[in-house]
Each structure stands twice: as C-alpha cells, then as structure tokens.
Design a protein around this ligand. Structure first.
Ligand SMILES: *Cc1c(COP(=O)(O)O)cnc(C)c1O
Length: 220
C-alpha cells in the first residue's frame, strides 16, 4: 500500500504531460508489481541483467509497461538490452548509437545523454553545442534509431538546489536543438530529475522524471 500511495501522490502532484519513469534498481518483483498496479507505465533499470531478471519475474505485468535503460550501456550488453528495453535513455556517443543500430532489427527509442556536470566518471556528451549538433545530426540518420530527446543526471550534490544550474544548461541545449528546423522534431523528451530533484528539474523544463526512492523508500 505504501508504495502504491507514494506513487499516486507523486503522480497527482505533477502536470499531466510529465512522464514518470519508476527507477526500479534493487527493488523486488513484488515491489515493482505494486507500482504497476497503481498505474505505472514506465519502468527504468540501470543494469541489463537485473532488468532481464525483473522482466521475467514480473510475468504478464512486464508486458503492461515500457522498459527504459537508464544506466550506462556497455557495448557487449546491447544485444541483451534490445531483447527487453523499449527505450535507451543513455546513448552517450555516435559510436554507441551505431552499435545499437547495427544490432537492432526493429526500431528503438533513444535519448542522448548529456554529461551536464562535466564529470570524468560519468558518461554522456560534453556540453559543446557544436559537437552536440553534429552528433545529433549523425544519430538521426541511423535507420533503426528513433531519437526522442535528451537525458541528464547531473553531479551528486548535497543540496538538490545545487543541481539547478546543470538542469538549466541542459534545458538550454534542448531548446537550441528544439528551435532548429531540421532537428527540432526529434526533441520531444527532456529526461531529468530524480527523487530529490524532480521538482527543481520540472521548474527548469524537464518533462520526464526518473523516481526511485521517493516511491519505494530508501535503497537497500
Ligand atoms: C537510481 C536512479 C534514479 C532514481 O534515483 P532516486 O534517487 O532513487 O529517485 C534516476 N535516474 C537514474 C539514472 C538512476 O540511476
């Protein structure tokens, strides 16, 4: 009940056009089923194998939701990832997009990850607008890749308010791409904001938030 209530409370506090990805890492199938029964349509996972385990454990429930890869995708996991994910939010280079495209015989929805914190330890495109335009142009030419927008994490901070500048910068990139005659139509989704930061992210233009602990409680 607690999980379903948390989920419903969050949903009812959000504008209708905001999509909530339930970040399900470390959660049991029983916990995930509770959110699906409460109406969740999008489940996010960080690891391919964990997602596959969770997918099979969910049985028929797994077919009621879209599966989003929100963690770093290694090249050698792409084949497996394509078996279950509907959405890959962490395309972090043209090379990665090519590798996905090559292994995909259907179409896959993707977001391009922006390394908004400029962190060595994180993946994603660096905030160089020329390079980003260039990469987006090349990625949209790949025939199995359906580019839907951008995603960012931002650095780990003590106070979520400190994330605001990173969200702002990512929104500015999103906006520049959106205003482009050719590329604008690929910019539908801006995925940013987690449990601590989604309210700030929404103020800065996000329309997709990825929420785990505010729904399930602290991670084990
Ligand atoms: C875990 C995770 C989330 C959700 O984090 P919470 O703080 O539990 O809401 C969102 N996005 C990504 C990429 C994650 O790995």
């Amino acid at each position: 009940m607690r999980i379903a209530n948390n989920y419903k409370k969050i949903i009812s506090s959000l504008p209708k056009d905001v999509r909530v990805i339930v970040a399900a890492k470390t959660r049991t199938p029983e916990e995930i089923i509770q959110v699906i029964e409460a109406g969740a349509k999008d489940i996010g996972h960080n690891y391919v194998q964990e997602a596959i385990n969770s997918f099979s454990a969910l049985g028929d429930f797994s077919k009621e939701v879209n599966w989003h890869m929100i963690g770093h995708l290694q090249k050698n996991k792409i084949n497996k990832a394509l078996e279950i994910f509907d959405f890959i939010q962490t395309v972090d280079s043209y090379d990665k997009a090519v590798a996905i495209n090559k292994r995909c015989d259907d179409n896959i929805d993707v977001l391009i990850e922006i390394n908004s914190g400029d962190e060595k330890s994180k993946s994603g495109l660096t905030k160089n607008i020329e390079q980003i335009f260039n990469t987006v142009e090349k990625i949209i030419s790949l025939n199995h890749i359906n580019l839907c927008g951008l995603m960012t994490m931002g650095p780990v901070v003590d106070n979520p308010e400190s994330l605001r500048p990173f969200f702002k910068e990512t929104f500015n990139i999103f906006k520049l791409l959106s205003d482009d005659n050719e590329l604008g139509k690929y910019m539908k989704i801006l995925s940013m904001g987690m449990s601590d930061s989604y309210k700030i992210a929404l103020e800065e233009g996000s329309n997709m938030v990825r929420i785990g602990s505010a729904i399930f409680g602290p991670r084990r």
